[in-house]
Design a protein around this ligand. Structure first.
Ligand SMILES: [Cu+2]
Length: 506
């Protein structure tokens, strides 16, 4: 996109350098010269005159989809209709949350216009809403970015018009008081203002946006969860998510591409609090338009996306498999949900990568859809949870939680990790004692099926009561022929009766 401007700029640079240096040759630009940025002129040069032709209705897309390129060589009048909806949706398996949305999704609908366009923006607040809302678009030149012009009560519509003077990828968000709460509930999205010549063409484009969420219950605690203002003030997120839900980009929802394709990610960070260290495990970004601006950096591993900021990343796919999007502040990925998958199909290339997928151990239960967990949670909510549902949910949770050490089928590793399947330790101990092992860990000598172990199992108290109940029901019934099931009240009792040590999860 900067190509057309290179030649004249290099000539100028040569002139300037020639004052103090010799040997500046026009026909042999050095690498350093080629990387010197070109001035786009900013908002001063972003007005290409009045809109031409008939007004165009903007195509809005839900994440992870991106509207097609505008493919225009002139400024137009573009009409955007965006509707605010307050909706109960899943934030994690078996956990619901009342999201406030732009367009019915978190993040909100993706908007794509061209620099110089005149945008007629209509904000509709659905009659079922309980709150007034507005919108501040970071791509708007003018006080409040549209916020004061768009304060909209439930059942009303507001309209304002702006000219998109600066190119770039911009965040938009609600700015109605309390602003932090509206953003924490999911009120943000992205608007791309294309440079006049468009972005370089790629094969696939995706829309991903990170956000942090604050629930009264802890991570994955089942049922409907309300917003926790104090946790938000303390910046103590219960969830850090891509596209508004744990699993929004996992399993069947993974984004998909093929070997040989050029892929582009438009990634925003709604915050409200946390800065993202955005990383794609197993790929290197060929280009990153950092902070959503005009310059790109090349060959990037991890890029910072500020709260209320965005970036564009381009890369080429060589090897098939699962590539994992994470916030590399890594507890957020594995313990708060900030994880998504790019599933790449195609031919192996052993010269570049030898193969062998390690997902199951690396990602644990994060890489697979947790449908059985959701079904068990729904059944528990209606008081009809069966041991079979607990076993199914427990099996899903066992994978990656316990299987890392006790192995996929509970067979253990001789001398290192004792078996859970057909364990005489389990046969000789109560359900309460098993619960205590999971919550508090176990160390010192133990004998299982005639073999001595003297190692350490760390406490796994970050698991919720129903997760522990379901895992142990699976281990007891499926791996140890029919011991009794465990319910979450038993787990709560054991948890309450054992003080948590320093540094343990609650
Ligand atoms: Cu709002």
């Amino acid at each position: 996109m900067q190509r057309a401007l290179f030649a004249p700029f290099l000539a100028t640079a040569c002139l300037a350098l020639a004052v103090g240096l010799s040997g500046c040759q026009d026909n042999a630009p050095s690498q350093a010269q080629a990387a010197v940025p070109v001035d786009t002129g900013g908002s001063l040069k972003g007005d290409f005159g009045p809109p031409q032709g008939e007004p165009i209705q903007a195509v809005l897309t839900s994440p992870p989809h991106v509207p097609p390129a505008t493919n225009r060589d002139h400024p137009a009048k573009v009409i955007v209709d965006l509707e605010v909806r307050e909706l109960d949706m899943e934030i994690a398996e078996g956990v619901t949350y009342t999201f406030w949305t732009f367009g019915g999704t978190v993040p909100g609908s993706f908007i794509r216009v061209r620099q110089g366009d005149t945008v007629e923006f209509r904000l509709h607040n659905h009659p079922d809403s309980k709150m007034p809302h507005n919108i501040d678009l970071h791509g708007v030149t003018g006080p409040g970015g549209g916020a004061s012009s768009t304060f909209t009560a439930p059942g009303h519509t507001s309209q304002f018009t702006f000219k998109a003077l600066n190119q770039g990828l911009f965040v938009y968000h609600c700015a109605t008081a309390p602003v932090g709460m509206h953003i924490a509930n999911g009120m943000y999205g992205l608007i791309l203002v294309e440079p006049p010549e468009g972005l370089p063409p790629v094969d696939k484009e995706f829309y991903v946006m990170q956000g942090d969420f604050y629930t009264v219950g802890k991570y994955r605690e089942k049922g409907h969860q309300g917003f926790d203002m104090q946790k938000a003030i303390d910046e103590n997120a219960s969830y850090v998510l891509f596209n508004g839900a744990e699993g929004a980009l996992v399993g069947d929802n993974a984004i998909k591409a093929n070997v040989g394709e050029h892929v582009r990610l438009f990634v925003g960070n709604g915050g409200p609090n946390l800065v993202s260290s955005f990383h794609l495990i197993g790929e290197i970004f060929d280009k990153v338009w950092y902070e959503g601006g005009t310059r790109y950096q090349e060959n990037v591993q991890t890029t910072i996306i500020p709260a209320g900021g965005a970036m564009i990343a381009d890369f080429h796919l060589e090897i098939p498999g699962s590539y994992v999007l994470v916030d590399h502040s890594i507890f957020r990925a594995f313990n708060k949900g900030a994880l998504g998958i790019l599933q790449v199909a195609g031919e192996e290339d052993k010269a570049i990568y030898s193969g062998k997928e390690v997902d199951s151990v690396y990602l644990g239960d994060k890489a697979v859809s947790q449908k059985p967990v959701r079904e068990a949670a729904a059944a528990a909510a209606s008081g009809k949870l069966t041991p079979a549902q607990q076993v199914a949910a427990g099996k899903t949770l066992y994978n990656g939680t316990c299987s890392v050490c006790h192995q996929d089928n509970g067979q253990g590793l001789p001398g290192v990790f004792p078996p859970l399947a057909g364990s005489d330790w389990i046969a000789g101990h109560s359900a309460e004692e098993m619960i205590a092992v999971v919550l508090n860990g176990l160390s010192g000598p133990v004998k299982v099926n005639g073999e001595d172990y003297n190692s350490v199992m760390p406490p796994m108290s970050q698991l919720t009561d129903d997760e522990v109940a379901n895992i142990l029901t699976f281990v007891r019934q499926e791996m140890n022929s029919g011991a009794s099931s465990v319910n979450k009240k038993d787990v709560a009792k054991v948890r309450a009766s054992t003080p948590r040590g320093d540094g343990a999860a609650h």
